[in-house]
Write a protein that binds this ligand. Structure first.
Ligand code: SF4
Ligand code: SF4
Length: 450
């Protein structure tokens, strides 16, 4: 197959064919994606709130400090993306990517306006009509860019706060300036860049090409009997302006299958099947062979097995981490600047520190108790500390015990911290240090002295 001249690529109009099989499928999937894209931040299904340092996933509120869950989530998503790219190729680019969806919508809007101007404005030159159409397109694009930016920024800033800023046309505060800048970039992107973004800026296309193997789903031109009538319809239908007959592995090709529809429409009239098809790899048999789901996944391929195992490990780790997550995080630790001190009343004191964070949406009461040493009690902190949602506590306290009630040297004890009825109390096994000599006067013993 000889290469197609580059002039064909650049001069061809790009017209998808409404009503055809993959075109309809793409529009349906893309509509669902746009709806999900809009709803995700509004209902806290997936959102990173950088102002409050929170991460929302399926309604659960995670704190940025919950690093293990965030790390496992990111790794899981990353490996899921890699696994899907390995099996389904560039399905994401062709069907799910918001940049692609909005770029195609901008092209459709531009064409519709140009057509309207052509049919409704008369008595002016073609150049003037083009100018008017361009101006109308920019006017129509501006509110669309504001809306897309609003949804995008809602992934990082509470939507209510964002709406307030938008309604007050805030372009003086730092968040307002950032929002206005992103709106401008979005406008320029969909006015001028569109699908060029995919090849010039987005790294995902390069990554997908690296991850693809010999069984990855792709769109390919397969014409062993040289039946191509060179009608160029596949090139004209391509939203990326390329010719699939040159290769299935062109960086621009998102495997959207608009060219499959175009070829089907033409050669179908001649009683033939499309010369361009989806196929699991490029082998001679790949275009016609029907594969079961486990054959598609390629369970006998080492690289694929490795990525599936990794996916399973991270999914398991993530589910365990989420199940172990406590709505109120409590840590108790010794404060060993001094091993112990002796109070004026002769009691021995050991110093501790409590950290507590209420990550739930309800008030909680944090209580501390000590067991293991009969005479020991908690001093220096209220027995019941109220923590409102989002509040944290960091406080030093002492465990006090009478000298007669403890062994000289090291004593074992347990500190218990309870937060709410819904959460199991946390128990911390700790050492209680007591003097080895008779107590004469109040004193503190530095930890280094032992
Ligand atoms: S060549 Fe690739 S990007 Fe162009 S229509 Fe075909 S599948 Fe889509
Ligand atoms: S649409 Fe089909 S027949 Fe026409 S040029 Fe493309 S591959 Fe050949």
């Amino acid at each position: 197959m000889s290469s197609i001249p580059s002039s064909v690529k650049s001069s061809s109009p790009r017209v998808t064919i409404p009503g055809t099989r993959f075109h309809k499928l793409r529009r349906m999937v893309q509509s669902i994606c746009v709806t999900i894209f809009i709803l995700l931040p509004l209902f806290d299904v997936m959102r990173i709130d950088i102002t409050r340092q929170r991460f929302y996933v399926f309604g659960a509120e995670l704190w940025i400090s919950e690093f293990s869950i965030l790390f496992l989530t990111m790794m899981f998503v990353w490996i899921l993306v890699a696994a899907s790219a390995m099996i389904y190729g560039r399905f994401y680019c062709g069907y799910l990517c918001p940049q692609m969806i909005f770029s195609e919508a901008a092209t459709t809007l531009e064409r519709a306006i140009a057509k309207w101007v052509k049919h409704n404005i008369s008595g002016t030159s073609d150049a003037a009509k083009k100018l008017v159409a361009r101006g109308l397109f920019y006017i129509a694009l501006l509110p669309a860019a504001v809306f897309v930016t609003f949804v995008f920024v809602s992934f990082f800033v509470p939507p209510a706060d964002l709406l307030h800023r938008l309604l007050h046309l805030d372009i003086r505060t730092a968040p307002g300036i950032v929002g206005a800048s992103i709106t401008l970039i979005t406008f320029l992107d969909f006015a001028f860049l569109r699908q060029r973004f995919c090849t010039a800026i987005c790294p995902y296309g390069y990554l997908q090409n690296m991850l693809a193997d010999k069984k990855t789903l792709l769109v390919r031109f397969y014409d062993p009997n040289e039946q191509c009538i060179k009608c160029q319809k596949c090139v004209q239908a391509c939203p990326m302006g390329i010719d699939i007959r040159n290769s299935s592995h062109q960086l621009e090709c998102t495997h959207c299958a608009e060219c499959v529809d175009a070829c089907s429409a033409i050669v179908g009239k001649l009683g033939r099947t499309s010369l361009i098809q989806y196929a699991w790899g490029e082998g001679a048999e790949a275009a016609t062979k029907k594969l079961t789901w486990y054959q598609r996944i390629g369970l006998r391929d080492g690289k694929r097995i490795a990525i599936m195992v990794l996916l399973f490990i991270y999914a398991t780790g993530l589910s365990v981490a989420i199940r172990m997550r406590q709505p109120v995080m409590i840590r108790v630790m010794p404060n060993r600047i001094t091993l112990y001190s002796v109070a004026p009343d002769g009691r021995v004191l050991n110093h501790f520190r409590i950290l507590a964070v209420n990550r739930s949406h309800a008030d909680t009461h944090v209580t501390l108790s000590v067991t293991g040493i009969g005479s020991a009690e908690i001093v220096g902190i209220d027995k019941d500390v109220l923590l409102k949602p989002g509040e944290s506590l960091q406080h030093d306290f002492d465990v006090a015990a009478s000298a007669a009630g403890v062994q000289p040297g090291i004593n074992k004890m347990q500190l218990q911290a309870a937060a709410s009825a819904a959460q199991k109390p946390a128990t911390f096994d700790e050492n209680f240090f007591a003097p080895t000599d008779a107590i004469a006067t109040p004193k503190s013993v530095p930890a280094t002295a032992r």
